[in-house]
Design a binder for this molecule. Structure first.
Ligand code: DAH
Length: 345
């Protein structure tokens, strides 16, 4: 054996044992693969040693080449064995991490609740539909004309003060009540008419019994002969159906520019049962809205002939009705959307 052959053989042995030790020491299949590339890859350690083969005498080259191939094969086998073991361990640890415990309790499904205002609106619709009323809507931003003028509240009329209006510009307001729906309906449809409209209204006002953004329901009946008795009958029926028979209601003479005569409707305070408390301002009654016979001036604005056609109208606060129905003691709970409050309905 020549000296250079000896040196190369020694080197080969050293590389083999180094590679085997390295493969065995690998903790992950990625490390193992990197080590394989280091030893057996295109520009790896073995490629280098093959280059050194040129220093050997010609007749020694095949023998050394054979020895290199044998070592390479042995390393490939060792690599596969370690790879199988590492991949199995990795798969097992992944399974452990992803283990599903089928005995754990499930998550409760969270179901939503309808807001009490929505509940009240739906119930009012279903009561009034039984009396032949059809649902109508109107815009939240109204022309001054629809919110005031056509409802017989001309500019400078003191009744405008009652409404604490949010103005958008000189001729547009955030509607302060749902009564403009009456005018839209009278303009778009011919009597006889029975309509019920609902939605948000806005007033620059806020305390325990007032919100700047609340909801109203508006009813209107136009027919050939309509009297105060029809109005009282309709409202009494409606209040009885909505609140049940245990609650007292009363009509108080009042004034609205768009009705003549006019009345306000009160219900027994549900919190103090009529004895007097802070919610009802010690009166024992909660006002739910107003009503009356439609003022001929309103018909005039909408081009409806009076007295051929006559009518009554009413407008109630929905939050007020919800307060009475569910015994809620602060109107400010409605817009807060606190789930502890809402989930009770
Ligand atoms: N629009 C009135 C308000 O917001 C309530 C009202 C009173 C409506 C009398 C009516 C009515 O339809 O006839 O205070």
């Amino acid at each position: 054996m020549t000296n250079s052959e000896n040196v190369l053989n020694e080197k080969l042995k050293k590389i083999e044992s180094e590679a085997l030790a390295k493969f065995q020491a690998c903790q992950t299949s990625k490390d193992l693969y990197d080590s394989k590339v280091y030893f057996l890859g295109k520009s790896g350690v073995f490629t280098e040693i093959m280059k050194e083969m040129s220093t050997l005498p010609k007749e020694q080259k095949p023998l050394f080449g054979k020895a290199v191939n044998e070592v390479k094969q042995a390393l490939e086998v060792a690599y596969s064995q370690v790879e199988v073991a590492l991949k199995r361990a990795e798969a097992e640890s992944r399974m452990d991490d992803e283990k599903i415990d089928l005995t754990l309790p499930g998550f409760d499904e969270v179901t939503g609740h309808q807001h009490p205002v929505t509940l009240v609106i739906h119930e009012i619709f279903s009561i009034m539909e039984r009396l032949g009323y059809a649902v109508r809507q109107g815009p939240l931003i109204e022309k001054d004309y629809y919110n005031f003028e056509a409802l017989n509240i001309p500019a400078d009329h003191p009744a405008r003060d009652m409404q604490d209006t949010f103005f958008i510009d000189k001729t547009h307001v955030l509607r302060t009540h749902t009564s403009p729906i009456q005018i839209h309906s009278l303009e778009g449809e011919r009597p006889p008419l029975r309509i019920i409209g609902t939605g948000a209204v806005f007033r620059c006002d806020s305390d325990i019994s007032h919100l700047p953004h609340f909801h109203q329901i508006e009813g209107m009946c136009v027919d050939q002969k309509v009297s105060m008795a029809d109005l009282k009958g309709t409202i009494s029926f409606f209040v009885r159906e909505f609140f049940g028979t245990g609650l007292k209601t009363r009509f108080r003479p009042s004034f609205f520019p768009f009705t003549e005569p006019s009345a306000e409707v009160d219900c027994t305070c549900p919190i103090c049962k009529g004895k007097g408390c802070s919610l009802c301002k010690q009166s024992g009654w909660i006002e739910i809205g107003g009503c009356g016979l439609i003022n001929p001036k309103v018909f005039e604005h909408a081009n409806v002939k009076y007295p051929e056609w006559q009518g009554f109208a009413f407008g109630f606060g929905i939050e007020r009705m919800a307060i009475i129905k569910y015994g809620i003691d602060d109107i400010r709970l409605f817009p807060e959307n606190d789930l502890r409050f809402l989930s009770q309905f």
